[in-house]
Design a protein around this ligand. Structure first.
Ligand code: 3HC
Ligand code: NAI
Length: 699
């Protein structure tokens, strides 16, 4: 029984029990409608609606999306609850999200455990609340708060939800007992049946301007996404239309979104992120080791951010540097980052102090004797890493995990610097490490199953999305970045401007274009890395000569005020620079390239196909476990638009044969070896297979 009803004295209790997250599937909706009807016929005076297990309902059953709607619909269920002649009180624990919170909004009162959170995260699935959320929430909390909650998809903790009016009471455990007591107190007070549908939207706020401001705001913050604009339309309808009409408007908008490509892509990402944490082929004996204390070597850009990540998760850190001066600098930067978060009102001073106190500095390896995990984040040099891992091997206790945050270096070689290669793993964080969600867990040849299982579990514990990779140059993400960056360089020398290239890719949805990213990261980094390579390793000179020339002119990117663009020293505002075009033209001439007009489509195809083809190499070589893992990496680490579901999902949507033909056409046009289609892509395209069928065959 997914929904049960019982009488407790003169109060009715409806309980939903649909593990793991009480998703409101058709059967649950049906059960709920029946339970509400039953409660109308007995001598109960009020009804408490509560869920078993780890959470109140987490929303619609996402697996039902894309299938024909099944009665009772969400609006029908909520109408039954709201129309109850007896007060219905929702008792919330865990997370009341999406359709779950909309169900709670259809109840007449809401109480929540102090630890609970509520929210309408539909926007993260490319849809909008389709069960009255956009109509009821503004009536309860006003237009602006409703817009903020629904367009951000954020979770609102119970105490804050109480302040905003999203819940009416916050209680402690035991929830059912206290919810029943709350129901009784409402009856004793003679509290009215408060139906949100009958409330007026608070008048002061609903001016036309508010909606225009939010539309612009969404066009910027959620560039390219359809659902956020429709959310604003729906909330506007809550102000301008009667409740029933608003509800119908919301329903129609919901169906438009749910059937869209964007929603399909974002659903793919939802399940892909969860699947990424699963390691194929681990024996049942792999044990997750406790990680109670962490050591980090290097307090630079990455080490500082990684230290904050662990402190934010409540895990104490020892941060080790070469000398006191470097350590002080690193600790001061961490303190500054926390104080910025506090000044923005995103964290209390008390919480920041608590986190900072979890980070202890050191300049002696002996202080790492007791840690369960060490993450090395020193300079990207095998010599330095070798020396660090030698020291770690000497001081760390047996069984401690020794991890490297290297971007490119060979983790097998690093492991070989120790007497315990089974304990060595790559933990590749992304910058800024305390913000970016992606974590590549790099499994070396000798890495033990325990270490892999522990690393993946730890990733989740510190609020990252862990993705498993095997060893190769650049692992999954940075390896794919190389051909993508190559195409940016080649497109420039062959005829496009930085503005055109970045424009095409940002319109596609990338967070930034490749050349603006280069300026942000610093052009000198790639330049220095190239100095260490042989001409053969560096590849076609046309794919780096412009970058080299800019660096040699002192144009290092944003930090020097100029790179592919010019930057205002005060505001960092970006502008075009005719000097760059001169550099490009001079390099084209020097390399015998006749520049030409390049279409936006060609630019897009070349960049996208470069990513996809490399993705297929990575899959075919077994570097990534599954296609969706590559999508998770690219969306969470490289600014690929979530509403396109990642490069491999994009390839699947296009059809593998079309992708293959496009890559063959680029090969035939350029004659370049690197446009040879990856063997796996060729095989699937020619056999008429899909990535889904390939994944299924592998299992
Ligand atoms: N539908 C179907 N399956 C769901 C689901 C949902 N709404 N929410 C979670 N699941 C599944 C997950 O896929 C996962 O399955 P798996 O074990 O096979 O991988 C399992 O439940 C557990 O999920 P998590 O691993 O995410 O568990 P956590 O404890 O870490 O998180 C959670 C729990 C916070 C509830 C998180 O699962 C979550 O955010 N869920 C989605 C919430 C959401 O987006 N709700 C809105 C849905 S759309 C909607 O309601 C439309 C309405 O307006 C009409
Ligand atoms: P960084 O130069 O900002 O910091 C390195 C720090 O390590 C410096 O503070 C230095 O004093 C310290 N250090 C050097 N040798 C040391 C030693 N023997 N013992 C203790 N401390 C030592 O470098 P960054 O950017 O933080 O990179 C660190 C590592 O992380 C590199 O391997 C890099 O490839 C990788 N990485 C960098 C990313 C980035 O965006 N910066 C992203 C992901 C990985």
């Amino acid at each position: 029984m997914l929904v049960t009803y019982e009488l407790v004295g003169d109060l009715g209790v409806i309980t939903i029990n649909n593990p793991p997250v009480n998703a409101l599937s058709q059967k649950v909706r049906q059960g709920l409608v029946e339970a509400i009807a039953e409660a109308q016929t007995d001598n109960s005076k009020a009804i408490v609606l509560i869920c078993e297990g780890r959470t109140f309902a987490a929303g619609a059953d996402i697996k039902e999306f894309g299938k024909p709607p099944m009665a009772p619909s969400f609006p029908e269920m909520n109408e039954a609850v709201e129309s109850s002649a007896k007060p219905v009180i929702a008792a919330l624990h865990g997370t009341a999200l999406g359709g779950g919170f909309e169900l709670a909004l259809s109840c007449h009162y809401r109480c929540a455990l102090k630890t609970a959170a509520v929210g309408l995260p539909e926007v993260n699935l490319g849809i909008l609340p389709g069960a009255g959320g956009t109509q009821r929430l503004p009536r309860l909390v006003g237009v602006e708060t409703a817009l903020d909650v629904i367009t951000s998809g954020k979770r609102v903790a119970a105490p804050k939800a109480l302040e905003l009016g999203m819940v009416d009471r916050v209680v402690e455990e035991p929830l059912q007992e206290l919810a029943l007591a709350y129901a009784r107190s409402l009856l004793d007070e003679g509290a009215p049946l408060r139906r949100i549908r009958d409330l007026e939207v608070p008048a002061a706020q609903g001016s036309a301007d508010v909606f225009e401001v939010w539309r612009k705001n969404m066009a910027k913050r959620r560039r390219g996404q359809v659902a956020p604009q429709k959310i604003v339309d729906c909330v506007e309808a809550a102000v301008s239309k009667p409740f029933e009409d608003g509800l119908q408007f919301e329903r129609a908008s919901f169906f438009e979104c749910v059937g869209s490509d964007q929603a399909a892509a974002m659903r793919h990402m939802f399940f892909a992120e969860r699947k990424a944490a699963v390691v194929e082929g681990l024996s049942g004996n792999a044990a997750v080791k406790p990680i109670n204390r962490v050591g980090i070597i290097g307090a630079g850009t990455m080490g500082g951010g990684i230290a904050m990540t662990f402190a934010n998760a409540g895990i104490p850190v020892t941060l080790l540097e070469l000398n006191q001066e470097a350590l002080d600098r690193g600790l001061a930067l961490i303190a500054k980052n926390y104080s910025i978060t506090v000044s923005k009102g995103k964290m209390s001073q008390e919480a920041a102090d608590k986190r900072q106190a979890l980070i202890t500095g050191s300049t002696s390896y002996d202080s790492l004797a007791d840690v369960d995990l060490v993450i090395e984040a020193v300079f990207e040099s095998m010599d330095v890493k070798r020396q660090v891992f030698g020291e770690l091997d000497r001081v760390c206790k047996p069984g401690a995990i020794l991890a490297s945050n290297t971007s490119y270096l060979d983790v097998n070689e690093i492991a070989a610097c120790t007497s315990r290669p089974q304990d060595v793993v790559g933990l590749h964080f992304f910058s800024p490490a305390n913000v970016m969600r992606l974590l590549e867990v790099v499994r070396a040849d000798a890495t033990s199953e325990d270490v892999i299982a522990t690393s993946m579990a730890l990733g989740k514990k510190i609020a990252k999305v862990p993705v498993l990779a095997r060893v190769c140059y650049g692992f999954i993400g940075n390896r794919m970045l190389r051909p993508y960056a190559r195409e940016a360089q080649l497109s420039m020398i062959e005829g496009a401007s930085p503005e055109q290239i970045d424009g095409v890719l940002t319109r596609f949805g990338m967070a930034m274009g490749p050349l603006a990213v280069g300026d942000l990261a610093g052009l000198d980094i790639g330049y220095k890395a190239r100095q260490a390579l042989t001409p053969e390793q560096k590849g076609d000179p046309r794919s780096y000569c412009i970058a080299d020339a800019l660096v040699e002119m002192g144009r290092l990117g944003q930090k020097s005020g100029a790179g592919y663009y010019r930057y205002d020293p005060e505001t960092r505002a970006r502008s075009s620079d005719p000097e760059v075009l001169e550099v490009i033209e001079a390099q084209a001439k020097a390399h015998g390239v006749q520049r030409r007009t390049m279409s936006d489509q060609e630019i897009l195809d070349r960049h996208l196909m470069a990513l996809i083809n490399e993705g297929f190499h990575i899959l075919g070589e077994g570097i990534a476990q599954r296609p969706s893992d590559i999508d998770v990496v690219y969306v969470n680490g490289y600014g690929f638009p979530v509403f396109r579901g990642g490069p491999m999902f994009t390839a699947s949507q296009m059809g593998l044969r079309e992708v293959y033909d496009c890559i063959c056409a680029l090969r035939d046009k350029t004659g370049a070896d690197y446009w040879q289609p990856a063997p796996l892509l060729e095989q699937l395209a020619l056999e008429g297979k899909t990535l889904d069928s390939w994944s299924a065959d592998k299992r």
